[in-house]
Design a protein around this ligand. Structure first.
Ligand SMILES: Nc1ncnc2c1ncn2[C@@H]1O[C@H](COP(=O)(O)OP(=O)(O)O)[C@@H](O)[C@H]1O
Ligand SMILES: [Mg+2]
Length: 247
């Protein structure tokens, strides 16, 4: 099972969008996917059109009195795609603060996942938090979506510093995904060039264009693969190919 975090310390860059689309694309090629939403906003549920809050969430997995099994906490949102939502975010943080080790916290909580899934994708909150630290320890790969703005590009040093502070090898950052690219603007083009000068080709992916349909699809609780198959989807497929190649 390949464990992937979709992380950036900035909000609104497309983390949840990319987490959801990657999950949907992988399950469409018959891979079993668990999408874990560990951002308190639970946008993955929204973007996938989950109507009701599941009875059990991540919190029940780590409930020390009545721990639930993983299978009791996930919701099948599509064929081959299960979603694990969260609630009581502050209590999860509290638990982590009390834990003796955070580097294996998720290994324990998600110990059964490898039996069922090929991919485990975690949507993160945009912060330096104890939950994110536990996630970054746990995963094999980190994918960083970024917007093509000067502030977003400057923010990369914070992400690298964060990993260094945790003594996590920064080589865990496997892909950087420029999102909301607008070829008509100089800002997008200049910042894409800037990213190309910072990152090697094997890390930097093709940009994903800014498309109104993506926002519309999310609002409708669908992925773009379901909402509008006329939209050029190659950019997403390229991303999926790059992810599959990571192994
Ligand atoms: N490529 C894109 N084109 C158009 N809108 C996008 C694109 N990527 C994300 N969005 C929209 O931008 C907003 C923020 O994206 P989201 O995935 O929620 O970011 P994050 O999880 O990083 O906060 C959402 O409304 C989403 O629908
Ligand atoms: Mg999000």
């Amino acid at each position: 099972m390949h464990k992937i975090a979709i992380y950036n310390n900035k909000g609104g860059v497309g983390k949840s969008t990319i987490a959801v689309h990657l999950a949907d694309a992988l399950r469409r090629i018959d891979l079993k996917v668990l999408l874990v939403d560990l951002d308190s906003q639970n946008d993955c549920s929204l973007f996938l059109g989950l109507k009701e809050e599941p009875e059990n969430t991540f919190f029940n997995l780590i409930d020390y009195r009545y721990p639930a099994n993983l299978s009791e906490c996930v919701t099948e949102v599509r064929e081959n795609l299960d979603l694990l939502t969260n609630r009581n975010y502050e209590l999860i943080e509290k638990d982590l603060h009390r834990a003796t080790r955070i580097d294996n916290f998720l290994d324990k909580a998600l110990k059964d996942a490898a039996k069922t899934y090929d991919y485990l994708i975690i949507d993160c909150s945009p912060s330096r938090s104890i939950i994110n630290s536990a996630i970054l320890f746990y995963v094999d790969s980190i994918i960083v979506p970024t917007q093509l703005e000067v502030a977003s590009i400057r923010g990369f040093s914070d992400i690298y510093n964060y990993l260094n502070d945790l003594e996590i090898d920064t080589a865990k950052i496997k892909l950087v995904v420029p999102n909301m690219f607008d070829a008509r603007t100089k800002e997008s083009q200049d910042n894409l060039k800037e990213l190309e000068s910072i990152f090697e080709e094997d890390i930097l992916t093709e940009p994903i264009n800014r498309r109104t349909k993506i926002t519309e699809a999310s609002k409708a609780g669908e992925t773009i693969f379901e909402y509008d198959t006329d939209t050029q989807l190659e950019q997403f497929y390229n991303l999926v190919e790059r992810v599959v190649k990571l192994g």
